[in-house]
Design a protein around this ligand. Structure first.
Ligand code: ZN
Length: 57
């Protein structure tokens, strides 16, 4: 694994590379280190992320 993987998913809001260190399987959440948006990992092969909506706010 490389931190500079060209296939690494990017935040659709700000374009920052997402940190997937804590998202290793489907259902895990990943945060954008730049804008704080949260995404849910829905697939690992290939990696697919969908915006995670916090309905409390
Ligand atoms: Zn972002």
């Amino acid at each position: 694994m490389s931190a500079t993987d060209p296939a690494a998913p990017r935040c659709p809001d700000c374009g920052a590379e997402l940190d997937l260190s804590d998202a290793t399987e489907a259902g895990d959440l990943a945060d954008c280190p730049n804008c704080g948006a949260t995404f849910e990992l829905v697939s690992t092969a290939p990696i697919r992320l969908e915006p995670f909506v916090d309905e409390e706010k």
